[in-house]
Design a protein around this ligand. Structure first.
Ligand code: NAD
Length: 497
Protein backbone atom coordinates (compact mmCIF):
# COMPACT_ATOMS: atom_id res chain seq x y z
CA UNK A 1 0.00 0.00 0.00
CA UNK A 2 1.32 3.49 -0.80
CA UNK A 3 0.40 6.79 0.86
CA UNK A 4 -2.86 7.01 -1.10
CA UNK A 5 -4.13 4.14 1.07
CA UNK A 6 -4.73 1.91 -1.96
CA UNK A 7 -2.81 -1.26 -2.78
CA UNK A 8 -0.93 -1.34 -6.06
CA UNK A 9 -3.44 -2.83 -8.52
CA UNK A 10 -2.88 -5.59 -11.06
CA UNK A 11 -0.29 -4.30 -13.51
CA UNK A 12 -0.36 -7.13 -16.05
CA UNK A 13 -2.25 -7.59 -19.28
CA UNK A 14 -4.00 -10.89 -20.04
CA UNK A 15 -2.97 -12.27 -23.42
CA UNK A 16 -3.45 -15.86 -24.54
CA UNK A 17 -4.08 -17.00 -20.96
CA UNK A 18 -0.84 -15.46 -19.64
CA UNK A 19 -0.58 -12.45 -17.34
CA UNK A 20 2.12 -10.36 -18.98
CA UNK A 21 3.96 -7.07 -18.87
CA UNK A 22 3.82 -4.89 -21.97
CA UNK A 23 6.02 -6.15 -24.82
CA UNK A 24 8.43 -3.24 -24.36
CA UNK A 25 8.20 -3.30 -20.55
CA UNK A 26 6.50 0.11 -20.50
CA UNK A 27 4.03 1.27 -17.88
CA UNK A 28 1.86 4.29 -17.14
CA UNK A 29 0.58 5.96 -13.99
CA UNK A 30 -2.91 5.47 -12.62
CA UNK A 31 -4.15 8.79 -11.22
CA UNK A 32 -6.63 9.40 -8.39
CA UNK A 33 -8.98 12.11 -9.70
CA UNK A 34 -9.83 13.23 -6.14
CA UNK A 35 -6.28 14.27 -5.38
CA UNK A 36 -4.26 14.09 -8.58
CA UNK A 37 -1.95 11.65 -6.75
CA UNK A 38 -0.39 8.63 -8.45
CA UNK A 39 -2.04 5.44 -7.22
CA UNK A 40 0.44 3.16 -8.94
CA UNK A 41 1.24 1.88 -12.41
CA UNK A 42 -0.13 -0.42 -15.07
CA UNK A 43 1.43 -2.08 -18.11
CA UNK A 44 1.21 0.24 -21.09
CA UNK A 45 0.30 -2.09 -23.96
CA UNK A 46 1.90 -1.69 -27.37
CA UNK A 47 0.68 -2.52 -30.86
CA UNK A 48 2.56 -5.83 -30.56
CA UNK A 49 0.54 -6.70 -27.44
CA UNK A 50 -2.71 -5.91 -29.21
CA UNK A 51 -1.60 -8.01 -32.17
CA UNK A 52 -0.87 -10.96 -29.86
CA UNK A 53 -4.21 -10.53 -28.08
CA UNK A 54 -6.12 -10.58 -31.36
CA UNK A 55 -4.19 -13.65 -32.52
CA UNK A 56 -5.00 -15.41 -29.23
CA UNK A 57 -8.71 -14.58 -29.46
CA UNK A 58 -8.82 -15.75 -33.08
CA UNK A 59 -7.07 -18.99 -32.27
CA UNK A 60 -9.31 -19.65 -29.25
CA UNK A 61 -12.40 -19.16 -31.39
CA UNK A 62 -11.15 -21.26 -34.29
CA UNK A 63 -9.46 -24.06 -32.37
CA UNK A 64 -11.28 -24.61 -29.05
CA UNK A 65 -14.73 -25.90 -28.14
CA UNK A 66 -15.68 -22.58 -26.53
CA UNK A 67 -18.23 -21.70 -29.23
CA UNK A 68 -19.94 -25.08 -29.03
CA UNK A 69 -19.60 -26.14 -25.39
CA UNK A 70 -22.53 -24.40 -23.73
CA UNK A 71 -22.03 -26.18 -20.39
CA UNK A 72 -18.43 -24.92 -20.17
CA UNK A 73 -19.50 -21.38 -20.93
CA UNK A 74 -22.21 -21.46 -18.30
CA UNK A 75 -19.85 -22.82 -15.66
CA UNK A 76 -17.20 -20.22 -16.49
CA UNK A 77 -19.60 -17.30 -16.26
CA UNK A 78 -20.67 -18.37 -12.77
CA UNK A 79 -17.03 -18.93 -11.80
CA UNK A 80 -16.14 -15.42 -12.90
CA UNK A 81 -19.06 -13.94 -10.99
CA UNK A 82 -17.95 -15.82 -7.86
CA UNK A 83 -14.31 -14.80 -8.32
CA UNK A 84 -15.15 -11.10 -8.65
CA UNK A 85 -17.54 -11.34 -5.71
CA UNK A 86 -14.69 -12.82 -3.66
CA UNK A 87 -12.64 -9.64 -4.19
CA UNK A 88 -15.54 -7.22 -4.25
CA UNK A 89 -14.33 -5.05 -1.37
CA UNK A 90 -10.85 -4.62 -2.87
CA UNK A 91 -12.45 -3.84 -6.22
CA UNK A 92 -14.78 -1.33 -4.56
CA UNK A 93 -11.92 0.63 -2.98
CA UNK A 94 -9.99 0.52 -6.23
CA UNK A 95 -12.97 1.80 -8.23
CA UNK A 96 -13.53 4.67 -5.84
CA UNK A 97 -9.83 5.54 -6.10
CA UNK A 98 -9.28 5.30 -9.86
CA UNK A 99 -12.73 6.36 -11.12
CA UNK A 100 -13.37 8.93 -8.39
CA UNK A 101 -16.93 7.60 -8.14
CA UNK A 102 -18.72 8.01 -4.82
CA UNK A 103 -18.72 4.82 -2.80
CA UNK A 104 -22.50 4.89 -2.72
CA UNK A 105 -22.51 4.43 -6.51
CA UNK A 106 -20.57 1.18 -6.03
CA UNK A 107 -23.47 -0.19 -3.97
CA UNK A 108 -25.58 0.34 -7.09
CA UNK A 109 -24.75 0.57 -10.78
CA UNK A 110 -20.96 0.95 -10.47
CA UNK A 111 -20.48 -2.50 -8.98
CA UNK A 112 -22.96 -4.44 -6.83
CA UNK A 113 -25.92 -4.19 -9.19
CA UNK A 114 -24.16 -5.47 -12.34
CA UNK A 115 -22.27 -8.04 -10.28
CA UNK A 116 -25.63 -9.53 -9.29
CA UNK A 117 -26.80 -10.35 -12.80
CA UNK A 118 -24.62 -9.10 -15.69
CA UNK A 119 -22.83 -12.47 -15.89
CA UNK A 120 -25.43 -14.80 -14.37
CA UNK A 121 -28.44 -13.68 -16.41
CA UNK A 122 -26.72 -14.39 -19.75
CA UNK A 123 -25.46 -17.68 -18.25
CA UNK A 124 -29.05 -18.67 -17.41
CA UNK A 125 -30.16 -17.66 -20.89
CA UNK A 126 -27.78 -20.13 -22.57
CA UNK A 127 -30.38 -22.86 -21.98
CA UNK A 128 -33.35 -20.63 -22.84
CA UNK A 129 -32.01 -19.00 -25.97
CA UNK A 130 -33.61 -19.93 -29.33
CA UNK A 131 -30.45 -21.40 -30.87
CA UNK A 132 -32.55 -23.27 -33.43
CA UNK A 133 -35.84 -22.08 -34.89
CA UNK A 134 -37.82 -24.43 -37.12
CA UNK A 135 -39.67 -22.88 -40.05
CA UNK A 136 -41.35 -26.15 -41.02
CA UNK A 137 -41.52 -27.69 -44.49
CA UNK A 138 -42.11 -25.73 -47.68
CA UNK A 139 -41.35 -25.95 -51.39
CA UNK A 140 -39.91 -22.51 -52.11
CA UNK A 141 -40.94 -22.74 -55.78
CA UNK A 142 -44.52 -23.88 -55.20
CA UNK A 143 -43.96 -27.50 -56.26
CA UNK A 144 -44.37 -30.73 -54.31
CA UNK A 145 -40.77 -31.15 -53.19
CA UNK A 146 -40.73 -29.41 -49.80
CA UNK A 147 -37.63 -28.73 -47.76
CA UNK A 148 -37.38 -28.65 -44.00
CA UNK A 149 -36.04 -25.24 -42.98
CA UNK A 150 -34.29 -24.14 -39.81
CA UNK A 151 -32.62 -20.97 -38.59
CA UNK A 152 -29.51 -21.52 -36.49
CA UNK A 153 -27.91 -18.96 -34.24
CA UNK A 154 -24.13 -19.11 -33.95
CA UNK A 155 -21.46 -16.93 -32.33
CA UNK A 156 -20.11 -14.04 -34.40
CA UNK A 157 -16.49 -14.97 -33.67
CA UNK A 158 -13.85 -12.62 -32.28
CA UNK A 159 -15.30 -9.52 -30.63
CA UNK A 160 -13.27 -6.41 -29.90
CA UNK A 161 -14.72 -4.75 -26.78
CA UNK A 162 -13.70 -1.12 -26.29
CA UNK A 163 -14.77 0.41 -22.98
CA UNK A 164 -14.80 3.85 -21.30
CA UNK A 165 -13.83 4.99 -17.81
CA UNK A 166 -17.10 6.23 -16.33
CA UNK A 167 -18.76 2.93 -15.30
CA UNK A 168 -15.88 0.63 -16.21
CA UNK A 169 -16.81 -2.58 -14.37
CA UNK A 170 -20.48 -2.28 -15.23
CA UNK A 171 -19.69 -1.87 -18.90
CA UNK A 172 -17.07 -4.63 -19.04
CA UNK A 173 -19.40 -7.10 -17.29
CA UNK A 174 -22.35 -6.18 -19.48
CA UNK A 175 -20.22 -6.88 -22.54
CA UNK A 176 -18.50 -10.02 -21.24
CA UNK A 177 -21.66 -11.76 -20.00
CA UNK A 178 -23.64 -11.73 -23.25
CA UNK A 179 -20.74 -12.12 -25.67
CA UNK A 180 -19.27 -15.08 -23.78
CA UNK A 181 -22.68 -16.70 -23.24
CA UNK A 182 -23.23 -16.61 -26.99
CA UNK A 183 -19.88 -18.37 -27.60
CA UNK A 184 -17.61 -15.58 -28.80
CA UNK A 185 -14.04 -14.87 -27.82
CA UNK A 186 -12.82 -11.33 -27.20
CA UNK A 187 -10.19 -8.70 -26.69
CA UNK A 188 -11.16 -6.10 -24.11
CA UNK A 189 -9.49 -2.74 -24.75
CA UNK A 190 -10.18 -0.90 -21.51
CA UNK A 191 -9.94 2.85 -20.94
CA UNK A 192 -6.48 3.99 -19.80
CA UNK A 193 -7.99 6.40 -17.23
CA UNK A 194 -9.22 3.44 -15.13
CA UNK A 195 -6.99 0.42 -15.83
CA UNK A 196 -6.93 -1.66 -12.65
CA UNK A 197 -10.51 -2.87 -12.58
CA UNK A 198 -9.98 -4.36 -16.04
CA UNK A 199 -6.63 -5.94 -15.24
CA UNK A 200 -8.07 -7.36 -11.99
CA UNK A 201 -10.87 -9.01 -13.99
CA UNK A 202 -8.17 -10.32 -16.35
CA UNK A 203 -6.22 -11.87 -13.47
CA UNK A 204 -9.35 -13.46 -12.03
CA UNK A 205 -10.20 -14.95 -15.41
CA UNK A 206 -6.71 -16.46 -15.62
CA UNK A 207 -6.50 -17.68 -12.03
CA UNK A 208 -10.02 -18.50 -10.91
CA UNK A 209 -11.98 -19.71 -13.92
CA UNK A 210 -11.84 -22.48 -16.52
CA UNK A 211 -12.15 -19.95 -19.34
CA UNK A 212 -9.71 -21.39 -21.91
CA UNK A 213 -6.58 -19.35 -22.73
CA UNK A 214 -7.25 -16.73 -25.38
CA UNK A 215 -11.03 -16.64 -24.94
CA UNK A 216 -10.76 -13.37 -23.03
CA UNK A 217 -7.78 -11.05 -23.46
CA UNK A 218 -7.41 -7.79 -21.56
CA UNK A 219 -5.32 -4.98 -23.03
CA UNK A 220 -4.85 -1.53 -21.51
CA UNK A 221 -2.63 1.25 -22.75
CA UNK A 222 -2.37 4.98 -23.10
CA UNK A 223 -2.38 4.88 -26.90
CA UNK A 224 -5.95 5.22 -28.21
CA UNK A 225 -4.49 3.73 -31.41
CA UNK A 226 -4.82 0.33 -29.69
CA UNK A 227 -8.59 0.64 -30.08
CA UNK A 228 -8.22 1.77 -33.67
CA UNK A 229 -5.96 -1.25 -34.32
CA UNK A 230 -8.62 -3.59 -32.94
CA UNK A 231 -11.26 -2.02 -35.17
CA UNK A 232 -9.11 -2.27 -38.31
CA UNK A 233 -7.85 -5.83 -37.85
CA UNK A 234 -9.45 -8.33 -40.28
CA UNK A 235 -9.19 -11.15 -37.71
CA UNK A 236 -11.79 -9.35 -35.57
CA UNK A 237 -15.40 -10.03 -36.58
CA UNK A 238 -17.24 -7.46 -34.49
CA UNK A 239 -16.68 -4.38 -32.36
CA UNK A 240 -18.73 -3.66 -29.27
CA UNK A 241 -17.97 -0.11 -28.18
CA UNK A 242 -19.13 2.12 -25.35
CA UNK A 243 -17.87 5.66 -25.39
CA UNK A 244 -18.37 9.02 -27.00
CA UNK A 245 -20.35 9.61 -30.16
CA UNK A 246 -17.28 11.20 -31.78
CA UNK A 247 -15.22 8.02 -31.28
CA UNK A 248 -18.23 5.93 -32.33
CA UNK A 249 -18.28 7.70 -35.69
CA UNK A 250 -14.55 7.08 -36.18
CA UNK A 251 -14.99 3.41 -35.32
CA UNK A 252 -17.89 2.99 -37.72
CA UNK A 253 -15.90 4.57 -40.54
CA UNK A 254 -12.89 2.35 -39.91
CA UNK A 255 -14.98 -0.81 -39.46
CA UNK A 256 -16.36 -0.29 -42.96
CA UNK A 257 -13.06 -1.40 -44.50
CA UNK A 258 -13.52 -4.94 -43.18
CA UNK A 259 -17.32 -4.70 -43.04
CA UNK A 260 -17.28 -5.49 -39.33
CA UNK A 261 -20.42 -5.56 -37.32
CA UNK A 262 -20.50 -2.63 -34.94
CA UNK A 263 -22.47 -2.34 -31.74
CA UNK A 264 -22.22 1.21 -30.45
CA UNK A 265 -23.32 2.59 -27.06
CA UNK A 266 -22.68 6.30 -27.28
CA UNK A 267 -23.50 9.64 -25.71
CA UNK A 268 -26.75 11.21 -24.58
CA UNK A 269 -28.46 14.51 -23.83
CA UNK A 270 -31.55 13.16 -22.17
CA UNK A 271 -34.47 15.07 -20.72
CA UNK A 272 -36.05 15.04 -17.30
CA UNK A 273 -39.54 16.14 -18.37
CA UNK A 274 -42.25 17.34 -15.99
CA UNK A 275 -45.67 17.68 -17.62
CA UNK A 276 -47.90 20.50 -16.38
CA UNK A 277 -49.92 18.18 -14.11
CA UNK A 278 -46.83 16.94 -12.23
CA UNK A 279 -46.55 17.53 -8.51
CA UNK A 280 -43.24 19.38 -8.62
CA UNK A 281 -42.97 19.78 -4.86
CA UNK A 282 -42.99 16.03 -4.20
CA UNK A 283 -41.72 14.58 -7.49
CA UNK A 284 -38.79 16.75 -8.46
CA UNK A 285 -36.14 15.02 -6.35
CA UNK A 286 -34.90 13.23 -9.47
CA UNK A 287 -33.11 16.40 -10.60
CA UNK A 288 -30.26 15.52 -8.25
CA UNK A 289 -29.48 12.70 -10.67
CA UNK A 290 -27.33 15.23 -12.56
CA UNK A 291 -24.88 15.06 -9.65
CA UNK A 292 -24.79 11.27 -9.48
CA UNK A 293 -21.12 10.42 -10.21
CA UNK A 294 -20.69 14.11 -11.14
CA UNK A 295 -22.98 13.73 -14.14
CA UNK A 296 -20.60 11.28 -15.82
CA UNK A 297 -23.24 8.84 -16.96
CA UNK A 298 -24.45 8.57 -20.52
CA UNK A 299 -28.05 7.94 -19.42
CA UNK A 300 -28.22 10.78 -16.88
CA UNK A 301 -30.93 13.34 -17.68
CA UNK A 302 -29.05 16.60 -18.20
CA UNK A 303 -31.89 18.73 -19.60
CA UNK A 304 -34.66 19.71 -17.20
CA UNK A 305 -37.88 20.39 -19.14
CA UNK A 306 -40.59 22.24 -17.23
CA UNK A 307 -43.79 23.98 -18.33
CA UNK A 308 -43.33 27.69 -19.08
CA UNK A 309 -46.38 28.33 -16.86
CA UNK A 310 -44.57 26.82 -13.87
CA UNK A 311 -41.06 28.07 -14.65
CA UNK A 312 -40.31 30.02 -11.46
CA UNK A 313 -41.68 27.30 -9.20
CA UNK A 314 -39.80 24.55 -11.07
CA UNK A 315 -36.46 26.34 -11.00
CA UNK A 316 -36.79 27.16 -7.32
CA UNK A 317 -37.54 23.53 -6.39
CA UNK A 318 -34.68 22.25 -8.56
CA UNK A 319 -32.26 24.72 -7.00
CA UNK A 320 -33.31 23.80 -3.51
CA UNK A 321 -32.71 20.10 -4.26
CA UNK A 322 -29.31 20.72 -5.83
CA UNK A 323 -28.13 23.12 -3.12
CA UNK A 324 -28.56 20.24 -0.69
CA UNK A 325 -26.38 17.79 -2.64
CA UNK A 326 -23.36 16.78 -0.61
CA UNK A 327 -20.19 16.18 -2.57
CA UNK A 328 -16.46 15.81 -2.20
CA UNK A 329 -14.41 12.87 -0.91
CA UNK A 330 -15.79 9.84 -2.81
CA UNK A 331 -14.96 7.49 0.08
CA UNK A 332 -17.52 9.35 2.25
CA UNK A 333 -20.84 7.48 1.93
CA UNK A 334 -22.83 10.70 2.33
CA UNK A 335 -21.45 12.17 -0.90
CA UNK A 336 -23.45 11.86 -4.11
CA UNK A 337 -20.59 12.97 -6.25
CA UNK A 338 -16.83 13.07 -6.28
CA UNK A 339 -14.52 14.66 -8.83
CA UNK A 340 -14.69 14.41 -12.61
CA UNK A 341 -12.22 12.03 -14.19
CA UNK A 342 -9.40 14.33 -15.29
CA UNK A 343 -8.11 17.89 -15.46
CA UNK A 344 -8.90 17.83 -19.18
CA UNK A 345 -12.52 16.90 -18.56
CA UNK A 346 -12.78 19.52 -15.78
CA UNK A 347 -11.49 22.25 -18.13
CA UNK A 348 -13.86 21.14 -20.89
CA UNK A 349 -16.87 21.37 -18.57
CA UNK A 350 -15.86 24.79 -17.23
CA UNK A 351 -15.28 26.06 -20.78
CA UNK A 352 -18.79 24.97 -21.81
CA UNK A 353 -20.25 26.80 -18.79
CA UNK A 354 -18.27 29.92 -19.76
CA UNK A 355 -19.60 29.70 -23.31
CA UNK A 356 -23.17 29.66 -21.99
CA UNK A 357 -22.39 32.66 -19.75
CA UNK A 358 -20.95 34.55 -22.73
CA UNK A 359 -24.08 33.77 -24.74
CA UNK A 360 -26.24 35.44 -22.08
CA UNK A 361 -27.48 32.39 -20.20
CA UNK A 362 -27.88 32.62 -16.42
CA UNK A 363 -25.72 30.40 -14.23
CA UNK A 364 -28.12 30.24 -11.30
CA UNK A 365 -26.11 27.71 -9.28
CA UNK A 366 -22.42 26.84 -9.20
CA UNK A 367 -20.50 27.23 -12.42
CA UNK A 368 -16.98 26.93 -11.08
CA UNK A 369 -14.50 24.96 -9.00
CA UNK A 370 -15.60 24.53 -5.37
CA UNK A 371 -13.31 26.31 -2.95
CA UNK A 372 -13.78 23.94 -0.02
CA UNK A 373 -12.25 20.84 -1.68
CA UNK A 374 -8.57 19.84 -1.98
CA UNK A 375 -6.84 21.69 -4.81
CA UNK A 376 -5.29 18.62 -6.49
CA UNK A 377 -8.65 17.04 -7.36
CA UNK A 378 -10.71 17.63 -10.48
CA UNK A 379 -13.84 19.14 -8.92
CA UNK A 380 -16.75 20.98 -10.50
CA UNK A 381 -19.62 22.58 -8.55
CA UNK A 382 -23.18 21.36 -9.10
CA UNK A 383 -24.35 23.81 -11.74
CA UNK A 384 -27.72 24.94 -13.08
CA UNK A 385 -28.07 27.03 -16.24
CA UNK A 386 -31.27 28.79 -17.30
CA UNK A 387 -32.28 31.09 -20.17
CA UNK A 388 -30.45 29.07 -22.79
CA UNK A 389 -31.01 29.26 -26.53
CA UNK A 390 -32.05 25.99 -28.14
CA UNK A 391 -28.91 25.96 -30.28
CA UNK A 392 -26.56 26.75 -27.40
CA UNK A 393 -23.61 24.36 -26.95
CA UNK A 394 -24.76 23.45 -23.43
CA UNK A 395 -28.12 22.36 -24.84
CA UNK A 396 -26.65 20.53 -27.82
CA UNK A 397 -23.52 18.85 -26.47
CA UNK A 398 -23.08 16.14 -23.92
CA UNK A 399 -21.28 17.95 -21.06
CA UNK A 400 -20.57 14.86 -18.93
CA UNK A 401 -20.41 16.91 -15.75
CA UNK A 402 -22.78 18.01 -12.95
CA UNK A 403 -24.43 20.63 -15.15
CA UNK A 404 -28.21 20.84 -15.47
CA UNK A 405 -29.67 22.94 -18.29
CA UNK A 406 -33.25 24.18 -17.82
CA UNK A 407 -35.60 24.47 -20.81
CA UNK A 408 -39.29 25.38 -20.81
CA UNK A 409 -42.17 24.37 -23.07
CA UNK A 410 -45.64 25.63 -23.94
CA UNK A 411 -47.58 22.33 -24.14
CA UNK A 412 -47.07 18.59 -24.63
CA UNK A 413 -46.38 18.95 -28.37
CA UNK A 414 -43.73 21.56 -27.65
CA UNK A 415 -42.20 19.35 -24.93
CA UNK A 416 -41.93 16.45 -27.39
CA UNK A 417 -40.37 18.72 -30.01
CA UNK A 418 -37.77 20.05 -27.56
CA UNK A 419 -36.99 16.57 -26.20
CA UNK A 420 -36.46 15.31 -29.75
CA UNK A 421 -34.43 18.34 -30.82
CA UNK A 422 -31.11 16.58 -30.28
CA UNK A 423 -28.76 14.35 -32.23
CA UNK A 424 -28.97 12.01 -29.22
CA UNK A 425 -31.72 9.65 -28.09
CA UNK A 426 -30.40 7.52 -25.27
CA UNK A 427 -32.61 7.86 -22.22
CA UNK A 428 -34.91 10.14 -20.27
CA UNK A 429 -37.40 10.59 -17.47
CA UNK A 430 -40.96 11.86 -17.50
CA UNK A 431 -43.29 12.78 -14.65
CA UNK A 432 -47.04 13.36 -14.83
CA UNK A 433 -50.07 13.00 -12.58
CA UNK A 434 -51.58 10.85 -15.32
CA UNK A 435 -49.72 7.64 -16.19
CA UNK A 436 -51.49 7.16 -19.52
CA UNK A 437 -50.67 10.70 -20.58
CA UNK A 438 -47.03 10.14 -19.62
CA UNK A 439 -46.95 6.92 -21.67
CA UNK A 440 -48.49 8.69 -24.67
CA UNK A 441 -45.82 11.41 -24.54
CA UNK A 442 -43.10 8.76 -24.00
CA UNK A 443 -44.18 6.98 -27.18
CA UNK A 444 -43.44 10.18 -29.12
CA UNK A 445 -39.93 10.72 -27.73
CA UNK A 446 -37.19 9.17 -29.87
CA UNK A 447 -35.13 7.54 -27.14
CA UNK A 448 -33.95 4.07 -26.18
CA UNK A 449 -35.05 4.08 -22.52
CA UNK A 450 -37.45 6.17 -20.45
CA UNK A 451 -38.31 6.12 -16.76
CA UNK A 452 -41.94 7.09 -16.17
CA UNK A 453 -42.92 8.58 -12.80
CA UNK A 454 -39.74 7.32 -11.16
CA UNK A 455 -39.78 3.85 -12.78
CA UNK A 456 -36.35 2.18 -13.15
CA UNK A 457 -35.74 0.23 -16.36
CA UNK A 458 -32.16 -0.90 -15.57
CA UNK A 459 -31.12 -4.59 -15.45
CA UNK A 460 -29.36 -7.43 -17.28
CA UNK A 461 -32.69 -8.49 -18.82
CA UNK A 462 -33.55 -4.98 -20.10
CA UNK A 463 -32.33 -3.83 -23.52
CA UNK A 464 -30.36 -0.60 -23.23
CA UNK A 465 -29.08 1.58 -26.06
CA UNK A 466 -29.74 4.56 -28.20
CA UNK A 467 -31.84 5.96 -30.99
CA UNK A 468 -30.23 8.36 -33.45
CA UNK A 469 -26.58 9.19 -32.74
CA UNK A 470 -26.71 7.59 -29.29
CA UNK A 471 -25.82 4.28 -30.84
CA UNK A 472 -26.60 1.18 -32.80
CA UNK A 473 -27.88 -2.01 -31.19
CA UNK A 474 -28.81 -2.91 -27.65
CA UNK A 475 -26.86 -4.09 -24.63
CA UNK A 476 -28.61 -6.57 -22.29
CA UNK A 477 -31.92 -8.33 -22.67
CA UNK A 478 -32.60 -10.86 -25.41
CA UNK A 479 -31.68 -8.19 -27.98
CA UNK A 480 -28.30 -7.92 -26.26
CA UNK A 481 -27.72 -11.66 -26.70
CA UNK A 482 -28.85 -11.73 -30.32
CA UNK A 483 -26.44 -8.96 -31.23
CA UNK A 484 -23.54 -11.31 -30.47
CA UNK A 485 -24.86 -14.00 -32.84
CA UNK A 486 -24.76 -14.76 -36.53
CA UNK A 487 -27.73 -16.29 -38.33
CA UNK A 488 -27.49 -19.35 -40.52
CA UNK A 489 -30.48 -20.60 -42.51
CA UNK A 490 -30.36 -24.27 -43.51
CA UNK A 491 -32.67 -26.62 -45.40
CA UNK A 492 -32.82 -30.27 -46.43
CA UNK A 493 -35.33 -32.35 -48.37
CA UNK A 494 -38.32 -32.93 -46.09
CA UNK A 495 -38.64 -36.45 -47.41
CA UNK A 496 -35.31 -37.38 -45.80
CA UNK A 497 -36.11 -36.04 -42.33
P1 NAD B 1 -14.04 7.86 -25.55
O1 NAD B 1 -14.87 7.70 -26.76
O2 NAD B 1 -13.05 8.95 -25.52
O3 NAD B 1 -13.19 6.54 -25.25
C1 NAD B 1 -13.81 5.29 -25.05
C2 NAD B 1 -12.84 4.19 -25.41
O4 NAD B 1 -12.52 4.29 -26.80
C3 NAD B 1 -11.52 4.24 -24.66
O5 NAD B 1 -11.14 2.91 -24.34
C4 NAD B 1 -10.55 4.83 -25.70
O6 NAD B 1 -9.22 4.44 -25.52
C5 NAD B 1 -11.10 4.24 -26.98
N1 NAD B 1 -10.78 4.99 -28.20
C6 NAD B 1 -10.48 6.30 -28.33
N2 NAD B 1 -10.27 6.61 -29.62
C7 NAD B 1 -10.46 5.49 -30.33
C8 NAD B 1 -10.43 5.17 -31.72
N3 NAD B 1 -10.16 6.07 -32.65
N4 NAD B 1 -10.70 3.91 -32.10
C9 NAD B 1 -11.02 2.97 -31.20
N5 NAD B 1 -11.06 3.20 -29.87
C10 NAD B 1 -10.79 4.45 -29.44
O7 NAD B 1 -15.08 7.95 -24.35
P2 NAD B 1 -14.76 8.20 -22.83
O8 NAD B 1 -14.39 9.64 -22.67
O9 NAD B 1 -13.84 7.16 -22.31
O10 NAD B 1 -16.19 7.93 -22.17
C11 NAD B 1 -17.18 8.90 -22.07
C12 NAD B 1 -18.19 8.77 -23.18
O11 NAD B 1 -18.77 7.46 -23.18
C13 NAD B 1 -19.36 9.71 -23.04
O12 NAD B 1 -19.65 10.30 -24.29
C14 NAD B 1 -20.50 8.81 -22.62
O13 NAD B 1 -21.78 9.27 -22.92
C15 NAD B 1 -20.18 7.56 -23.31
N6 NAD B 1 -20.83 6.42 -22.66
C16 NAD B 1 -21.89 5.82 -23.28
C17 NAD B 1 -22.53 4.78 -22.67
C18 NAD B 1 -23.69 4.09 -23.34
O14 NAD B 1 -23.98 2.98 -22.96
N7 NAD B 1 -24.36 4.69 -24.29
C19 NAD B 1 -22.10 4.33 -21.43
C20 NAD B 1 -21.03 4.96 -20.82
C21 NAD B 1 -20.39 6.01 -21.46
Amino acid sequence: MNDTGIDQGETRLLIGGALRAAADGGSFENIDPSTGAVLGVCADATAADMDAAIAAARSAFDHTEWGTDAALRKRCLYQLQAAITGEVEELRSELVAEVGCPILATWGPQLDTPLRDALSWPAEQIDEFAWVRSLGAKDAFGGDNPSMREVWKEPVGVVGAITPWNFPVEIILNKLGPLLAMGNTCVIKAAPDTPWNATRIGRLIAEATDIPPGVVNVVVGTDHGLGAQLVADPRVDMITFTGSTATGRTIMRSAADTLKRVFLELGGKSVNLFLDDADLATQMGSVVGICFHAGQGCAISSRLLIPESRRAEGIEIALEALRNVTYGDPTDPSNLMGPVISAKQQQRILALIDTARDEGANIVLGGGIPEHLPSGGFWVEPTVITDVARDSAVVRQEIFGPVLVVQTFADDDDAVAIANDSIYGLSGMITSGDLERAKAVTSRIRTGTMGINGGIWYGADVPFGGYKQSGIGRQCGVEGLEIYTETKSVAWPAATS
